[in-house]
Design a protein around this ligand. Structure first.
Ligand code: ITT
Length: 448
């Protein structure tokens, strides 16, 4: 499976991760955390990133594809943490887990454990697929029930595993979310509430979502997939009378989330490098796949077009985030400021090699080689108000490419500040003096 191709259900991730964050921020920062059965989802990692987690996180998942994905993704999300990925069943992971655990985290854990341990692999993989529609989902569950142990038997075994775990290990805090068992689709009698209650009776501290699920869901009604309808989530969690609820807060806002209105992977990488304290979502991450028509005459115009388009999209989806749009380009003095706003499509749309070649041709024999990169950033709030930040960086157009040619005009731009081409500079060197780096610095000051 190609890890890059895995798509998560973003709104759902976003929303649940906020709930985890709200619980976690009220607790002492953990040093040792364990997450059970994350699947191809990473909401818990996002929440841990929000609290600045820099301890050790053990992640258990018996599925190899999941474990590989998690290893890859979590290291990106939590660069300051130590990620220990255990590709095994929960019980078999006991030996590898430390004795003292500050926090144990799991979402939708009962179903995940059932799947992980008891469903045959081909069904399991189908169930993990995020694109699966409800009909297929049901058919998988039906097959599962025909040739596997009864739900009751499986439940008992899972209960035993949990009890053993909590008896053997010292677990300080637990956060779980189990909004509704998918098993309900089969009309099974066994209630997930009972399973959970029996299993976790012996715990000292047990947090789960309740009241602010209601608040959050009015902010983030996600999609029309019945499984995720807030009403069901709410009803199900409220039935569980012995669940302890974290301190409720009225607002659930994407405090530290930024949506970057760009699909340019290099820009995205630079933003992430310079904005490590924020979670940067690119357009793919929020499920926006359309081309934005950038027909403005200035960097500002285009930046505003991008920001407005994405703000409107988020509003439609009921999501809340700060939107940042970047329009940038290279302005060459001897070419009257060209390619300027046309930088991305100077010779050919998004073919940076052809664009550089055209520039070198146009500059052939020209003595005056001064140029500057400009970046115009717009930071837009959900109410539509915005601020503009501009950064410029000066240099000379080289006669030939030098260094890394992957990003736009980097290889033909000799930076006056660095005395080398941007293609030859390290990421840190470039970010420190670049147009984007400078605009971001200004914006950061404003955000803080
Ligand atoms: P988005 O609109 O999705 O953000 P884009 O690549 O179309 O992506 P722009 O419209 O802002 O972005 O075009 C900017 C072009 O200018 C970009 O494609 C590069 O060719 C060039 N460019 C901007 N910043 C650059 C940088 O730091 N290094 C090299 N080239 C850069």
């Amino acid at each position: 499976m190609n890890i890059e191709e895995i798509k998560v259900d973003d709104e759902w991730e976003w929303y649940l991760s906020q709930l985890y964050f709200k619980l976690l921020e009220n607790l002492p920062k953990p040093k040792v955390a364990v997450e059970l059965a994350p699947g191809f989802r990473y909401k818990i990692a996002l929440a841990l990133a929000d609290i600045g987690f820099d301890g050790t996180l053990f992640v258990i998942d018996a599925n190899k594809d999941v474990a590989d994905f998690i290893e890859y993704k979590y290291k990106q999300i939590l660069p300051n943490a130590k990620i220990e990925c255990i590709c095994n069943t929960f019980e078999k992971a006991f030996d590898v887990l430390p004795q003292n655990i500050d926090i144990f985290l799991a979402n939708h854990v009962i179903d995940d454990l059932m799947l992980e341990s008891y469903v045959n692999k081909s069904y399991y993989n189908q169930l993990l697929s995020n694109n699966m529609d409800r009909k297929r989902y049901l058919s998988v569950w039906n097959n599962f029930s025909q040739d596997k142990k009864s739900i009751q038997e499986i439940t008992n075994e899972i209960n035993k595993t949990f009890v053993k775990f909590f008896n053997e290990k010292n677990v300080e805090k637990v956060i779980l979310s189990q909004y509704r068992s998918n098993l309900f689709y089969q009309g099974q009698d066994e209630c997930i509430e009972k399973i959970v209650r029996k299993t976790f009776d012996n715990l000292k501290a047990f947090f789960c979502f309740d009241d602010w699920a209601k608040e959050a869901l009015t902010f983030h009604p996600f999609g029309d997939d019945e499984r995720y309808l807030g009403k069901e989530l709410l009803e199900n969690t409220q039935n569980i009378d012995n669940w302890i609820v974290g301190s409720p807060k009225k607002e659930v806002i994407m405090k530290k989330r930024i949506v970057l209105a760009s699909n340019n992977e290099h820009k995205i990488r630079e933003f992430r490098q310079m904005f490590s304290e924020y979670e940067i979502y690119a357009l793919n991450d929020i499920g926006f796949y359309e081309d934005i028509i950038e027909d403005g005459e200035t960097f500002f115009d285009n930046s505003l077009i991008k920001a407005k388009t994405i703000r409107n999209y988020l509003l439609e989806k009921g999501l809340h985030a700060i939107v940042i749009a970047d329009d940038s380009g290279l302005c060459v003095d001897a070419l009257n400021g060209q390619p300027g706003v046309y930088s991305a499509r100077y010779a050919s749309e998004h073919d940076s090699k052809k664009n550089r070649q055209k520039l070198l041709q146009e500059m052939n024999g020209k003595k005056k080689r001064s140029a500057y990169f400009q970046c115009t950033l717009i930071k837009m709030e959900m109410d539509g108000t915005y601020k503009v930040f501009e950064g410029k960086t000066y240099g000379q157009i080289l006669n030939e490419e030098r260094g890394d040619t992957s990003f736009g005009y980097d290889a033909v731009f000799f930076s006056d500040d660095l005395q080398k081409s941007f293609g030859e500079a390290t990421a840190e060197e470039k970010n420190a003096v670049s147009h984007r780096g400078r605009a971001i610095e200004l914006m950061k000051k404003d955000l803080n």
